[in-house]
Design a binder for this molecule. Sequence first.
Ligand code: ADP
Ligand code: MG
Length: 399
Amino acid sequence: MSIIEVRQLTKIFGPDPARAGRLLNEGWSKEKIYKETGMTVGVNKAEFSIRQGEIFVIMGLSGSGKSTLVRLLNRLIEPTSGQILFGGADIVRMNPEQLRQLRRKNIGMVFQKFALFPHRTVLGNVEYGLEVQGVERRKRKELAMNAIRLVGLDGWANSLPDQLSGGMQQRVGLARGLANDPDILLMDEAFSALDPLIRKDMQHELLLLQSKMKKTIVFITHDLDEALRIGDRIALMKDGSIVQIGTPEEILIQPADKYVERFVEDVDLSKVLTAAHVMFQPQTVTPERGPRVALQLMRDNGVSSLYVTDTEKKLLGIITADQAAMALREKRTIQEVMQTDVPWVPPTALLNELFEMMAETRLPVAVVDNREKLIGIILKGAVLSALAGNPVPEAGGVS
Ligand code: ADP
Ligand code: MG
């Protein structure tokens, strides 16, 4: 379900946006329009929807229009044209009072420069937005303390900003954005000023936080690794236009054009793609069906082994064709002959963590969720194919 729908959203900086718009329609580039008219195409007919609860990353080189786009969403920048639908209302048409309500209740923002007040405590900084909105003192403190706890700064509420490290200061910024519990959090290069290691920590924190809060986050970055690590979906911008929107996998494996291709060509896929990406739904067998059925299923599917599960798909083991044939000859059951020690990984395992396991076994690797259910299997060929940049087929394959 989408929480925001953006249609044909455009921002042109300069005195005659309508003229620039016409030139755009005639196929002029952003560069040519700037050279001939002095006007800048900030965002050009952006069109996308943001889903409830996702981390939607907007990525692109410096100057590609990311900040402009995100500031259009809460109208810190006035759009030239287009629509931003939020819960049935068009943000572009809201009056000042509606807009105030929107920023107060629905959309929070975290900036790159923490912009903390040096003479205010952590608590005072986090409270600031609530204060401006006229939230009464006790309520304000309660909300701010909640947010401070959420970002892991308990115990620091009364410290001043310069007593905190850069990473901790950015947590204060994050807490400030979260204090009024907005539906949507806009984060503009929020981690870009941090040292690489602290930055990784913060990315991890954000994902943890997100798994608890389930907010909708619009996260801006110029860093591809960061985008791939935290984005559920990524919109890639160039010269004010969105050139592709997709999951990290889609962007990597099916780049929409040469530009995206060049952008992602140096990415090590084995550090990005997960087990879930290359697995497929296998044929399985329950023990009650017996070795004869197991053998028949293997023949029908052209495979030489089958995973054994109970009726709830809980993983019990694996049976090979040889073992099934033996059980049949010796009148034994599937449980008596199957192998229970099977290679398995969680769906989040990265492909580079799979290599070693795949080298050591001839069996397809089982993908098992946190309730011990078999949700897929992985064949060596599928891993190699994905690393070569091929889309993974929906199902099928032979083991
Ligand atoms: P990014 O955040 O991706 O680095 P911006 O959204 O800041 O990019 O800028 C997009 C384009 O719009 C750039 O060409 C920039 O120079 C231009 N721009 C941004 N703000 C203004 C402004 N207030 N006036 C004129 N041009 C602007
Ligand atoms: Mg920017």
